[in-house]
Design a protein around this ligand. Structure first.
Ligand SMILES: Cc1cc2nc3c(=O)[nH]c(=O)nc-3n(C[C@H](O)[C@H](O)[C@H](O)COP(=O)(O)O)c2cc1C
Length: 189
């Protein structure tokens, strides 16, 4: 299985990027995980749509090839970081590769409610006409992680808190089941 992570922070030491790396390492025997380079995307501009920049084509291709997509994002000012919204706007046009694509939303931030507000906005965006992703239902599957304490290993930087890791294992496991169910042609269900 080939999955893609779209990470909403461009920071080198980003906790959200580190969560993506943690998932990649823990599930290495179940799937490969590419991490999209959304920092290379230009600002969305309809004038560029007729001959989209190479980075945009690459990004859309990565989504199209993936069996499922993780959106792993912090919260900025109670919402989705602009760089992530920009990436989704590009994906919502042209071949619109997110339509019907299994997506799981996760996030790490330092607020009291993790990334709740950002995730709620993200889920609305994912339901919009040009996106229409097949999102893992939030009930029982919300991954809202707070930074701070020693949840992340100082040296390697990966998530290190055992309870949180066990939780992530279960929720990502649910997503893999969701992808497998989604892969069954609807006529056979
Ligand atoms: C511009 C900006 C706005 C932020 N707004 C929020 C917020 O609304 N809620 C929140 O929980 N954290 C907020 N934070 C703090 C982030 O959660 C924290 O910096 C987090 O580590 C960023 O994710 P990253 O480590 O993946 O880069 C904000 C940070 C920045 C830079």
């Amino acid at each position: 299985m080939e999955l893609l992570a779209i990470v909403g922070s461009l920071r080198k030491r980003s906790y959200n990027l580190r969560l993506a790396h943690t998932v990649r390492e823990r599930f290495a025997d179940r799937f490969t995980l590419q991490i999209a380079d959304i920092g290379s995307l230009p600002f969305f501009n309809e004038d560029l749509e007729e001959s989209p920049p190479e980075a945009v084509e690459q990004f859309r291709g990565q989504i199209a090839r993936a069996d499922g997509v993780f959106i792993i994002t912090p919260e900025y000012n109670w919402s989705v970081p602009g760089v992530l919204k920009n990436a989704i706007d590009w994906a919502s046009r042209g071949s619109r590769p997110l339509i019907g694509k299994p997506v799981m939303v996760m996030g790490v931030s330092n607020g009291v409610v993790g990334t709740l507000r950002s995730q709620l906005h993200m889920r609305e965006i994912l339901a919009s006409a040009g996106v229409r992703a097949a999102v893992l239902p939030p009930a029982g599957n919300e991954v809202l992680i707070r930074t701070g304490g020693d949840k992340f290993d100082g040296e390697k930087g990966l998530l290190a808190d055992e309870d949180t890791l066990a939780f992530i294992d279960r929720k990502v496991g649910s997503f893999l089941g969701f992808i497998e169910d989604a892969a069954v042609p609807s006529g056979l269900k």
